[in-house]
Ligand binder design. Structure first.
Ligand code: SF4
Length: 476
């Protein structure tokens, strides 16, 4: 793959899922009653979204519990926060939609969702071409809205509008060992892969720490990522742990905890002590989680809540929450040439492409090479069109394809017809949702302004605690 294009193809991936292999196992957001796999209950593991699962370091269902070392935010929101972002370096295509945005749409019903345009991250690789960023921020946000991201249910904002991200990045850089950043696997990998760009920059080395700041400033509990991004979440956890260790220590913590516990209901106090003991002595994650939950419900001020949470986990005050990775599957959605869909290959179908072009390009897609003539039987497993069927078509159509292809009872053009219809149908919904924003670009800016304001409120709460714990003056 052309290396610079690899950046572009990965444009949508700061924390976002890789475009995933088919949606055969997920419930389509545009048609919640229909799971293309015909499996209405999702996967056997019973995860919330069959395409999302907690990292092995955590528990199976992100809804049921946080990672044992997790803690609640200073002012716990009613729901755990999830955060994801994309770099604005190009139009989003169907691989981005089925790989990341489908998951985002599902997440916004279950978590307090923060989705942001990672324009500072885009500069780490596109610092010499700011026009790429300038031209793509609003277009990408419109693609999100077209996909079904709902600004009433999700906080949508632009990273560079929130100075708190940069401030936390700077402050974390004071106490993050250099070796931690040099060891992040993607640092050397990307430098090697993107050899046409000079990435020996301070910004590129530090971008995983900027990611950590993005996550920690919202006290996010979950970060949807592909397997290759798990080390970044691990780094974030280490950074938070080190920060809490350095700045959460208080010499009078024991006295304060004794006072706090004596000020609450005696039974609850005992419950917390028992939970702590079960966690510290027996590693009982569930006991820890329940105790954290109880502390989260206490009507106490943020600093005391942090003290109690820190004491519970066996440490000092926990100022920054350690997030967990919410794994997403890797994508193998094929492009129109049969290779993985990627802008860099020129084989991508953009989310809002022209319908006539989409139809032509799918009609020209390669098929099973063994089907030279209409009368030759084929094998869908050797055909990229089948991979798209698995994502787009219901079970009845997929059976028809399987039988018809193998028996040479249908031609490839017959086979592609329901697929073309399904893709065009989906794109029609994208266009329908995007249309009001395309007609009124100010509405996009107004929505982003509102998202930035909401995000700033949450981020500022964290920063007040961070500044104070590091001995910095409060705002004058
Ligand atoms: S009939 Fe369908 S699955 Fe079979 S080779 Fe043709 S396009 Fe592919």
């Amino acid at each position: 793959m052309d290396e610079s294009d690899r950046v572009a193809s990965d444009a949508a991936r700061v924390y976002a899922a890789s475009p995933t292999e088919g949606a055969a196992n997920h419930r389509h957001p545009d048609n919640p009653s229909e799971n293309p796999s015909g499996n209405a209950s999702g996967n056997a593991s019973g995860n919330l979204s069959p395409r999302l699962s907690a990292h092995p370091s955590g528990n199976l269902s992100p809804r049921l519990s946080a990672h044992p070392s997790g803690n609640f935010s200073p002012n716990p929101p009613t729901r755990d926060a999830v955060l994801s972002g994309m770099r604005p370096t190009g139009a989003l295509h169907l691989g981005h939609y089925h790989g990341a945005l489908v998951n985002w749409v599902a997440l916004q019903d279950r978590y307090r969702s923060f989705f942001f345009v990672a324009d500072w991250h885009a500069l780490t690789t596109h610092y010499a071409s700011p026009e790429v960023i300038r031209n793509n921020v609003r277009e990408m946000v419109i693609d999100w809205l077209a996909a079904g991201i709902d600004p009433e249910r999700s906080v949508i904002f632009v990273q560079s509008q929130l100075p708190q991200h940069a401030e936390l990045h700077l402050l974390l850089s004071m106490c993050t060992p250099l070796g931690w950043l040099e060891r992040v696997p993607s640092y050397k990998d990307q430098q090697a892969n993107l050899s046409d760009k000079d990435l020996t920059t301070y910004g590129f080395l530090g971008y995983p720490l900027l990611q950590a700041a993005d996550i920690l400033v919202y006290q996010a509990a979950w970060v949807p990522v592909g397997e290759d991004q798990v080390p970044h979440v691990e780094l974030t956890r280490e950074v938070a742990r080190r920060f809490n260790h350095l700045y959460g220590r208080e010499t009078d913590l024991d006295t304060r905890i004794t006072g706090l516990l004596s000020s609450i209901n005696a039974n609850l106090g005992q419950e917390l002590r028992t939970g702590r003991q079960a966690w510290l002595e027996g590693g009982d994650h569930e006991a820890l989680r329940l105790a954290q939950q109880r502390i989260g419900q206490l009507p106490c001020d943020p600093a005391n809540r942090q003290r109690l949470l820190g004491w519970l986990a066996g440490g000092g005050r926990q100022i920054l929450r350690e997030p967990q990775a919410l794994l997403t599957e890797a994508s193998r959605l094929p492009g129109v040439d049969g290779r993985k869909m990627s802008k860099s290959y020129g084989n991508a179908i953009a989310m809002r492409d022209d319908p006539a072009q989409v139809e032509t390009r799918i009609r020209r897609m390669p098929t099973d090479p063994a089907r030279v003539r209409r009368t030759d039987p084929g094998d869908p497993e050797r055909c990229p069109v089948w991979e798209l069927h698995k994502v787009y078509c219901p079970a009845s159509v997929r059976s028809w394809v399987q039988e018809g292809c193998r028996a040479a009872a249908i031609g490839c053009m017959d086979c592609k017809r329901p697929l073309i219809d399904a893709v065009l149908d989906e794109q029609q919904r994208f266009r329908h949702r995007a249309e009001p924003y395309l007609r009124d670009p100010e509405a996009v800016d107004a929505m982003l302004r509102k998202g930035c304001e909401t995000a700033a409120e949450v981020a500022e709460q964290t920063m007040v605690e961070v500044r104070s714990s590091m001995g910095l003056m409060a705002r004058l």
